[in-house]
Design a binder for this molecule. Sequence first.
Ligand code: FAD
Ligand code: 2HG
Ligand code: ZN
Length: 450
Amino acid sequence: MSAAIVEQLTAIVGSANVLTTGLDRYEVDWTRRYSGRALCVVRPANTSEVAAIVSWARRVGVALVPQGGNTGLVGGSVPRGGEVVVSLERLRHIGPVDALSRQVTVGAGVTIHDLHETARSAGLRYAVDFGARGSATVGGSVATNAGGINVVRYGMTRQQIVGVEAVLGTGEIVSHLQGLLKDNTGFDLASLLCGSEGTLGIVTAVRVRLVTEQPARVTALAGFDRVETAVEAMASLCRSLDTVDAAELMLDSGVELVEAAVGVSSPIPRAAAYLLVECSAHDDQSESLGTILESAPGLNDVAISVTPSQRDALWRLRDEHTPSINTLGPPLKYDVTVPIDRLAGFVSSIGRVVSDVAPSARTFVFGHAADGNMHVNVSGAVDRDDEVTEAVLRAVVAEGGSISAEHGIGVAKARWLHLNRSAVEIGAMRAIKAALDPDGIMNPGVLFAD
Ligand code: FAD
Ligand code: 2HG
Ligand code: ZN
């Protein structure tokens, strides 16, 4: 890499924050499927430095890859080759929690875990939560519009954002962090940047809403004879209780793999399908939850936990799916939504769709049942990647579903964007990209397959 580039970036962020060696953790994605060599990694300390980096990149014609915790699952957070990685890990500022508005402003590099702790210390809660909370950042979660386990009750990241500060691909700073709940003064740039996967600009700070922490939390693991009965029980729970925070579906194959890979064990006997349900409220919901589950057709057994350690043990069965599947080698990952009335049929049939084109592959299905969002992971597809992808994504679209529910398009799904978006929609997205990133330096190859 040219000494001039290092010198110019050093003038912006200081020599300790221009990294040219030992870049593996920035260059290889979480799954180890995607990787590329970066020109270098640059670690700005604040919004002005980010703006200076983007302006520099425009001047010299270098592409940028914004990176938070590098836990993204669609290959968008690592270089394809020859870009500068802009790591936001030093933007860790956490503002005071505003108890009146129940909001807080945090830097893009703050982890979801640290945001949870901040909210908790003020008796509040940040509603977005998922397994990668320890490393995933607020900036990355905004860039991907992350979902996670509590969407059924609180919505996705976009529903939590009340303001954003970002550097556009032009190098200009936009800052709209007042946190007004009602603010119809034209286009909502925060919503636009949310889910744009680093293709329009770099998020540097976010103002989020916090919700009331409900003191009584109950978690249940229920085993069912079939996927259909598990889905029916989920729907009945969500109809009857407005205190459901999470309703997750797991299958026997996934639970068996997790038990073998990490040594946790299910407190209930083996079942074809499992629902992991969590409710929280001011008063204890155990009785209502237990009554509904116990009268659900097809129930095999149920374990209900109210202590934090029992709860954690149940959640490990769910959270460890992704790491356990990765022990089999980098899988093909499909993060899809189907309408709820198609969910059981989709879950039961997608393994056959895969084995028809890749007979030796193993398919694992699990996910956020209440949102119709399933994670289809395929291991051992051996040289059949494109055929499997084509078959799975077309099956999703045939059910009226989406090829990306919460992880984004990244580079992994860019070639298939047209399955869900019309030429007019893609044209409008490209026009927005051209306006905010006129030189195409922001994460090229992500979202649009060029
Ligand atoms: P990165 O991986 O660093 O980046 C992701 C994308 O955002 C890239 O395109 C990158 O260029 C862009 N980006 C990052 N920071 C910025 C920024 N400041 N400004 C502009 N663009 C930026 N996701 C879910 O939605 N729900 C889940 O339940 C869930 N569970 C997961 C569990 C595990 C074990 C793992 C490994 C991942 C999981 N994910 C989940 C995916 C991932 O954690 C999320 O997509 C998360 O939001 C990514 O955050 P990050 O900081 O790691 O972003
Ligand atoms: C989850 O819900 C994540 O656990 C990851 O979204 C899903 O590994 C996956 O495919
Ligand atoms: Zn998920």
